[in-house]
Design a protein around this ligand. Structure first.
Ligand SMILES: Cc1cc2nc3c(=O)[nH]c(=O)nc-3n(C[C@H](O)[C@H](O)[C@H](O)COP(=O)(O)OP(=O)(O)OC[C@H]3O[C@@H](n4cnc5c(N)ncnc54)[C@H](O)[C@@H]3O)c2cc1C
Length: 365
C-alpha cells in the first residue's frame, strides 16, 4: 500500500480552463502536478463554450472576476494568434422588458443606451418588436478558447508543472498531512489538492471524503447555422436578449445561437438534445424580421455548473485540510479565467507561506 509517491506541493485535478489557469499561476512558486481524466484536456465545458467575453454577464462575483480579467484580454489582442477579438454586445429588449436594460448601464460596465432605430441599423435582420430598446456594451468580445487554454498549459509547463492526461479517476486519500492519489499515471502525493473538475467537482469531493457543495450542472445547447447569402453578418455585434431568452453571434462564417436552455443534468459528456436545438432555432426565428429556413451546420452541448447560491467557490474547504475548490464557474469560467487563476494562486500561496512560517517558528521555539 505505501508505495512511495513523487512529492508535489499541490496536485490539481481537472485540465479544463480552471485547472489550466491555476496551474499556470501556481507553477514556479510551487511544485505542481495537473491530472486530467480524459485523454485530451478541455474536452468538457471548456471546449464547448460560446467563447464570449461579456462583462455584464452573471452575478456580482462573476462580474468582479471578469472585470479583473479585462486587462489581460486587452493585452491579448496583440498576441499571435489573437486570444481576444473585440466585438461589442448589443442587448435588446421588447417593450415589456425595457427595465432589464437599466442594470447594464451601471458603472463600471462600459455601455451606452441605443435607440431602437440605431440598434436595427446594426442588425437589420432583427424584427422591430424584438427591439423596443437597446444597450450596446462596448468592451465585449470573442476569446480563442483553445489558444487561451494552450497559453496557460504552455506557461505551466515552462514553469515546471507536470501534466498527465488520460489518468482515469484517481483514488484519493489523506494520510499524515498529505493527499495521496493513485491513478493510471502512477501515484502522487501533496499536502494540497485543488479540485478543478467542473461538473464532477462534487463527485471528486465525495471520493476524497469531503462534503460536497450541492453543485448544479445545467445543460446549454449551441447551434451553428449557415447564414443566408444576403446577410452581411461579419460586423454584427453579439446579440443578446436582455431577458436572457437567447443570444447569437457571428461564428466561423455562420451564426452561433442558443435558446439559453438550462436543464439540470447529472455530470456527464453532455449531448445536444432535440429540445435544446428546437428552442435555439425557435427563439432566433422569433427575433427576426423575415421568415428564415435555417441550415444547421453543427450542434453541441455542455454543462455550466453552479453553486447553490450562484457565486463561484474559489477557496479552501471549510472542513477538509488542504482541499481547495475552484468550482461553480457557471457560464463565465473562460472570460474570468485570468482572475480565477490569480485569486486561487494568491489564496493558496498566502496559506502555504503562513503555515511554512508557523512550522519554522515551531522548529525554532
Ligand atoms: C454551451 C456553453 C457556453 C458557454 N459559454 C461561455 C462563454 O461564452 N464565456 C465564458 O466565459 N464561459 C462560457 N461557458 C462556461 C465555461 O465553459 C465554463 O465555466 C468553464 O469551461 C468551466 O471550466 P472548468 O475547468 O471548471 O470545467 P471543465 O472544462 O468541464 O473541466 C473539468 C475537467 O475535469 C476533468 N475531470 C473530471 N473528473 C476528474 C477526475 N476525477 N480526475 C481528473 N480529472 C477530472 C474533466 O474531464 C474535465 O476536463 C459556457 C459553457 C457552456 C456549456
Amino acid at each position: 500500500m505505501s508505495r512511495s509517491a513523487p512529492g508535489f506541493d499541490a496536485v490539481i485535478l481537472g485540465g479544463g480552463i480552471a485547472g489550466a489557469t491555476v496551474a499556470a499561476h501556481l507553477a514556479g512558486a510551487m511544485r505542481i502536478a495537473l491530472l486530467e481524466r480524459e485523454p485530451q484536456m478541455a474536452t468538457h465545458a471548456t471546449g464547448r463554450s460560446a467563447a464570449m467575453f461579456v462583462p455584464s454577464y452573471g452575478g456580482p462575483e462573476a462580474r468582479a472576476l471578469t472585470a479583473a480579467s479585462r486587462a489581460f484580454f486587452r493585452r491579448a489582442t496583440t498576441e499571435t494568434p489573437a486570444l481576444f477579438t473585440p466585438r461589442p454586445a448589443l442587448h435588446v429588449a421588447r417593450a415589456d422588458r425595457l427595465d432589464r436594460l437599466d442594470d447594464l448601464l451601471r458603472p463600471p460596465l462600459d455601455a451606452e443606451r441605443l435607440s431602437a432605430a440605431a440598434a436595427l441599423q446594426q442588425v437589420p435582420a432583427l424584427r422591430a418588436e424584438a427591439v423596443a430598446g437597446a444597450v450596446m456594451e462596448r468592451d465585449a468580445g470573442e476569446i480563442d478558447v483553445a489558444a487561451l487554454h494552450a497559453h496557460y498549459i504552455r506557461q505551466a509547463r515552462a514553469r515546471g508543472a507536470e501534466i498527465h492526461t488520460g489518468v482515469g479517476s484517481p483514488s484519493l486519500a489523506r494520510h499524515g498531512g498529505a493527499w495521496r492519489l493513485d491513478c493510471g499515471a502512477g501515484a502522487f502525493q501533496a499536502p494540497i489538492l485543488v479540485n478543478a473538475t467542473g461538473a464532477w467537482a462534487d463527485a471528486t469531493a465525495a471520493a476524497a471524503g469531503v462534503r460536497p457543495l450541492g453543485l448544479k450542472p445545467r445543460r446549454r445547447t449551441l447551434v451553428l447555422i449557415d447564414k443566408p447569402d444576403h446577410w452581411t453578418t461579419e460586423r454584427w455585434p453579439i446579440v443578446m436578449a436582455a431577458d436572457g431568452r437567447f443570444y447569437f453571434r457571428p461564428y466561423n462564417g455562420g451564426l452561433l445561437l442558443t435558446g439559453c436552455d438550462a436543464r439540470l443534468s447529472p455530470p456527464c459528456d453532455a449531448a445536444p438534445d432535440e429540445m435544446g436545438v428546437a428552442l435555439a432555432v425557435a427563439r432566433f426565428r422569433q427575433a427576426l424580421r423575415a421568415p428564415f429556413a435555417e441550415r444547421i451546420r453543427a450542434r453541441w452541448a455542455g454543462l455550466r455548473t453552479f453553486t447553490p447560491g450562484g457565486a463561484p467557490r474559489i477557496a479552501w474547504d471549510d472542513e477538509a485540510p488542504g482541499f481547495f475548490w475552484v468550482a461553480g464557474l457557471g457560464g463565465f469560467g473562460v472570460q474570468a479565467s485570468p482572475a480565477i487563476g490569480r485569486l486561487a494562486a494568491a489564496t493558496i500561496l498566502r496559506s502555504a507561506t503562513t503555515s511554512r512560517r508557523a512550522s519554522m517558528l515551531a522548529e525554532h521555539a
